[in-house]
Design a protein around this ligand. Sequence first.
Ligand SMILES: [Zn+2]
Length: 247
Amino acid sequence: MRLTVVGSGDAFGSGGRFNTCFFLETVKGTLLVDCGASSLVALKAHGLDPNRIDGIVLSHLHGDHFGALPFLLLDAQFLAERARPLLIAGPPGTRARLDALLEVFFPRSTTNKWRFSWEVMEIEVGRPTDVLGHAVTTTEVVHFSGAPSTAVRLSDGRSLFAYSGDTEWVETLVSVADGADLFIVECYGYSGHMPGHITWDVLRTRLPELRARRIMVTHMNPTVLGRLDEVRAAGALVAEDGLVTEV
Ligand SMILES: [Zn+2]
């Protein structure tokens, strides 16, 4: 599969980076993993046609990870004239939160007569689930979002993509990363321990335990963005908006 990093930023656009969004072209189709608030703008800035997306997998229900959905859906309805169906797969609670989001941003949008079919699939945590032919398994992590926040493992049968979501360090990340061709891990802060997020202080001591072929950090705040040379020197990749790589 091929990954294009659409957004590698934190919630605050640190460094001018877009909110979290990964574009995956697999042997089964085209998926987004996370769709943060700036993601429709980011897709267009990178020349990626939203109408190509078959499905969206959400790690958790924070605005910087699912906030672009109303814009994406309404763009598909009114501007992009989407015809192909769209599947939105997320943690338990996704349907209600997405409806609330749609109504806050665009009242009565939940009663639209949609020109394309779209549906929500709520992925049971820990249960292997088929998402448009991809094997997806989520694991609950530690990051308050009003619903289960999850890490995601996703395989198209050829490559295995793994992603921590947003979380503080939890031992289960070792199994999330195990055997992955690429493990993308959040590294929001540089030093100390932060509730709900991983810092470089913690991650660098854990890198030897992560048995993924490649490890890439993302979701950096300014304290990490200023020390990326240390991250690279430790052998990790750094996510950059627009980066394209084979997984
Ligand atoms: Zn986030």
